[in-house]
Design a protein around this ligand. Structure first.
Ligand code: MN
Length: 414
């Protein structure tokens, strides 16, 4: 899967792509969508693929219409990547002579008009820590190690990074109260997640075999699954999350393709018991996980700079992205191009790697939560209005150019 597009020595005539801290070096080539425009990021610039497609035949046909649908074809996507790499590295290329197609990043939309959105629960550390709050003696439910747990989310409230998030209203019930009240959520939280974009789908009744699953997804984006913990606590049994989740989910506009991520795939986390046959594939076990360094930053209105409050890594997920996608389609449920599957909160084993405040401020049953201390002197157990949550992610590996996953941010407002 590695080729010349992963060569760390390659540089671009777009100078900003060659800076050491550049998130979008020429090895990355992440895709995004502006107003009627298909775009690819390079350094601090974007290349307008829709404009290029008017004058040049590109291997992905939907770009001319300003859509990214055509990226679903693995062959077309790879061919486009190679063409872009060639054009952006060679100073005598056609594009180097036609630099008017490059420009600053415009306002971005979600990469797709998402038909369906599903959220998984693939971090065993998250599931164990959250489970221990409710069932200290038996934190992990018996199905966890067998079934990739998920729920159907709401596509209509997916929002692009930078969009403000209204604190939701809902039913809240204090432990000692007899009846719930309706009002603003008091336990607003974020969840650090990775979103997976479905490429080629499957038809009704036809599952996606695990050994072919890589042909069915395009790439990943950072995702924040905002959560109202007090609404969630009261409503979630017996059918799982509902209004505690469906008010907003923030997604980064940038898709980092699986081709760009080729150097950063790694072995899946150790898995006991062995997954059932339909979820087990040797290649998926050996290189189905992604080594991405992720972090959560908070910024109150009083703070100039955001403050990192936790760090984790997607390689610690119990299920691979491929297993989640295969499982989702295993009953014959059709996946469609542009569907979004999220990983669930990505937490590590240590408390500092907790991907949400529910875990980060948790101490022990019966003990008060331990607030996060912010640099402006204030403290947070949950989010306050005005707080901004910023998710960041990096792919780093010795011998390769680092790739930045862009960022996924949102500010809580009343
Ligand atoms: Mn979630």
């Amino acid at each position: 899967m590695l080729d010349q597009t992963h060569d760390a020595r390659a540089t671009s005539w777009v100078e900003s792509a060659n800076l050491e801290e550049a998130a979008f070096p020429v090895q990355h080539l992440p895709f995004a969508r502006g107003d009627g425009r298909a775009l690819v990021g390079i350094g601090d610039q974007v290349l307008d693929l829709t404009a290029v497609a008017q004058v040049k035949a590109l291997p992905v046909d939907s770009l001319k219409q300003g859509c990214l649908q055509g990226l679903a074809s693995p062959a077309a996507r790879r061919e486009l990547r190679h063409w872009l790499f060639e054009q952006l590295t060679s100073s005598t290329s056609w594009l180097a002579q036609n630099r008017q197609f490059l420009g600053p990043t415009p306002g971005l939309r979600l990469p797709f008009e998402v038909g369906d959105y599903t959220d998984f629960y693939a971090s065993i550390h998250h599931a164990t820590r959250v489970g221990s709050m409710f069932r200290p003696d038996n934190p992990l439910l018996p199905n966890y190690r067998w079934v990739p747990i998920g729920y159907h989310g709401r596509a209509s409230s997916l929002i692009v990074s930078g969009t403000e998030v209204h604190r939701p209203l809902g039913q809240l019930k204090a432990d000692d109260a007899e009846a719930p009240v309706f009002g603003p959520c008091k336990m607003l939280d974020y969840e650090l997640e990775l979103g997976l974009w479905v490429g080629t789908g499957n038809s009704l009744g036809k599952p996606i075999p695990i050994h072919q699953v890589r042909d069915h997804w395009i790439g990943v984006s950072l995702l924040n699954d905002w959560s109202a913990r007090d609404l969630q606590r009261w409503e979630y049994q017996p059918l799982g999350p509902f209004l505690a989740k469906s008010f907003a989910t923030t997604v980064s506009p940038w898709i980092t393709t699986q081709e760009a991520l080729a150097p950063f795939f790694c072995a899946a986390a150790s898995h006991e018991p062995r997954p059932l046959e339909y979820l087990w594939d040797q290649q998926d076990q050996q290189e189905g996980a992604l080594d991405l360094q992720l972090e959560v930053q908070l910024r109150s209105p009083q703070m100039q700079q955001p403050q990192t409050v936790s760090r984790s890594n997607s390689k610690d997920l119990f299920w691979t992205l491929g297993q989640m996608l295969t499982h989702h389609a295993s009953n014959g449920c059709p996946m469609r191009t542009g569907d979004l599957l999220a990983s669930g909160t990505i937490s590590g084993e240590s408390r500092e790697s907790a991907g949400c405040l529910l875990e980060l401020t948790w101490v022990a049953p019966g003990q008060p939560r331990q607030p996060v201390e912010l640099e402006d002197g204030s403290r947070r157990v949950f989010l306050q209005d005005g707080d901004e949550v910023i998710l960041r992610g990096w792919a780093r590996r010795e011998g390769f150019r680092s790739l930045g996953l862009g960022h996924c941010s949102g500010r809580a407002i009343p």
